[in-house]
Design a protein around this ligand. Structure first.
Ligand code: B12
Length: 470
């Protein structure tokens, strides 16, 4: 039957067009398999590579039927946010499906997004953001589009892990004077783009998917308020263990750290699961996670480490230092040599339970004693970042995802390695556990925090650390 169908089809349309549509249909199937958990990220990216190569080959031979193109989207990660893997995936899927994608990159202020939309006469604006703070920025951006009278012109698609469907499709939808929708993943973005373009072009019967309503009404904030005890609080963290003696006060720069020194600190699960997207298939009898690690993960990791070494792509370096300090309520106060205040970091306190606050882990000011705090900044250098960008530009999507994820985890490994070094310098590395898994489970004395997480959410505080470490 297929042959007859094909013959009939060929009477009506050129073969190349059919091939092209078949590729598009194939990519849609890939999208569904990914969405249902039957296909994994690396293989989605490989399919996209094949598709891109095939379409590039066909294109010169095909007549341009659609003069105005399929549609244009301006895509950006919002101001203050550096996460771009998800957005780049959206770029790959949309451009493979024939859309023109203007990918502005990360940390984009709304003015730049609007300017690009006007310049490229975009049909849609897509914004990405993974930080909780980015959800607020997205709201401000929509308000700005309202204020500039551009809401009716630009439907907006929002994506990223910090968003919820209800927040976008109810709260933001109520506020935006145009159309705004949430995309859980790149393929939902594609479906939305298809629908938005069909509506714009007046295709009969075209409409946007229904807005999702919250099943549970939003609770009033008053209900969420916990009654806080009156007066200052401090948790039960001990204040009488000895203060460690640092080998120096001030800062040091360390360069030329060899990969073999910190490679052992690489968290393989975080790399394979978190970055490379290896996971057992949700249905069917596909390979399990461990099998995937042996068949795909480890061999490819070995290959990459080899390439990083021969290509001299890593330039690991650290700036770190020790500073006198004390706690003042919920604040950690960094002191100068004369005991005066240099700067302070104010941390949130848990609202229930032990009511911990990071400041509690330092001697309180009232004790009259001075404590010590360590800060560090690490890098694996910029060459690996350039190499990653080149892979993306060359449409080598799977390699791009892998090298990018590896660079992130190597930076993390370097931070772990240096933190162990700091524990040694402070004289309690002897209390470190034997197994590397116990290290990743933080079963050592001391703790390394990174700004932006729950215990120390304020990203602006990074400027103070940069100042201290010069
Ligand atoms: C990788 C990663 C990083 C990398 C980012 C590298 C890069 N170039 O992108 C690095 C190491 C640089 C990083 C840095 C930071 N990160 Co980070 N990071 C992650 C992590 C582990 C994965 C994100 C990711 O790439 N996912 C894979 C992609 C494919 O998924 P995705 O982005 O969600 O995108 C999909 C969908 O959401 C959707 N989508 C997304 N955008 C859009 C847009 C449109 C238009 C459409 C249609 C669809 C769409 O489609 C995509 C594909 O299907 C997340 C945790 C997590 N699980 O999300 C934390 C996470 C986002 N990071 C976090 C934090 C705190 C940080 C830092 C502050 C850490 C630090 N102290 O430095 C900094 C941020 C600095 C800054 N100013 O932004 C927190 C955010 C918490 C919060 N409350 O805000 C998270 C949630 C981790 C955590 N558990 O707490 N991070």
């Amino acid at each position: 039957g297929l042959e007859a169908d094909l013959d009939a089809a060929l009477q009506e349309r050129p073969a190349l067009e059919i091939v092209n549509d078949t590729l598009l249909a194939g990519m849609k199937v890939v999208g569904e398999l990914f969405g249902s958990g039957q296909m994994q990220l690396p293989f989605v990216l490989q399919s996209a590579e094949v598709m891109k190569t095939a379409v590039a080959y066909l294109e010169p031979h095909m007549e341009k039927t659609d003069e105005e193109g399929k549609g244009t989207i301006v895509l950006a990660t919002v101001r203050g946010d550096v996460h771009d893997i998800g957005k780049n995936l959206v770029d790959i899927i949309l451009s493979n499906n024939g859309y023109t994608v203007v990918n502005l990159g990360i940390k984009q202020p709304v003015a730049a997004i609007v300017e690009a939309a006007e310049e490229h006469r975009a049909d849609v604006i897509g914004m990405s953001g993974l930080l909780v703070k980015s959800t607020v920025i997205m709201k401000e951006n929509l308000q700005e589009l309202n204020a500039r009278g551009l809401a009716a012109r630009y439907p907006v698609i929002l994506g990223g892990a910090a968003l919820t469907r209800a927040y976008v499709e109810q709260d933001l939808h109520a506020l935006y004077e145009g159309e705004v929708r949430y995309a859980r993943d790149a393929f939902e973005g594609l479906r939305l783009m298809d629908a938005l373009m069909a509506v714009k072009r007046g295709v009969p019967g075209a409409r946007l998917p229904e807005l999702k309503q919250r099943r549970v009404p939003r609770r009033e904030t008053a209900e969420l308020q916990v009654t806080e005890p009156a007066g200052p609080v401090r948790s039960d963290v001990a204040t009488d263990h000895p203060v460690p003696t640092p080998p120096f006060l001030g800062t040091r720069v360390v360069k030329g750290i060899a990969l073999k020194e910190y490679a052992a600190w690489l968290d393989e699960d975080a790399l394979f699961k978190g970055q490379w997207g290896l996971k057992a298939a949700r249905t069917g009898d596909g390979p399990g996670y461990r099998e995937l690690v042996e068949a795909e993960g480890r061999p490819r990791l070995r290959g990459w480490l080899e390439r990083l070494h021969t290509g001299s792509l890593l330039e690991a370096a650290v700036v770190y230092g020790y500073f006198p300090c004390h706690a003042d309520g919920d604040a950690l106060v960094v002191l100068d040599e004369d005991g005066g205040e240099r700067c302070r970091f104010t941390f949130p306190r848990q609202r229930r339970g032990r009511r911990l606050c990071l400041a509690d882990f330092f001697r309180p000011k009232e004790s009259g004693e001075t404590d010590v705090v360590g800060f560090q900044v690490v890098t694996v250098g910029s060459r690996i970042g350039q190499a990653t960008a080149e892979l993306f530009a060359a449409d080598a999507y799977r390699d791009y995802l892998e090298l990018h994820g590896l660079s992130v985890q190597l930076a993390e490994a370097l931070a772990e390695y240096w933190h162990a070094r700091v524990r040694a310098e402070l004289g309690f590395a002897g209390q470190d556990p034997e197994a590397i898994e116990d290290m990743f489970a933080l079963k050592y004395r001391g703790a390394r925090f990174s700004l932006g997480y729950g215990a120390c959410p304020d990203l602006e505080d990074r400027a103070k650390i940069a100042g201290l470490l010069r």
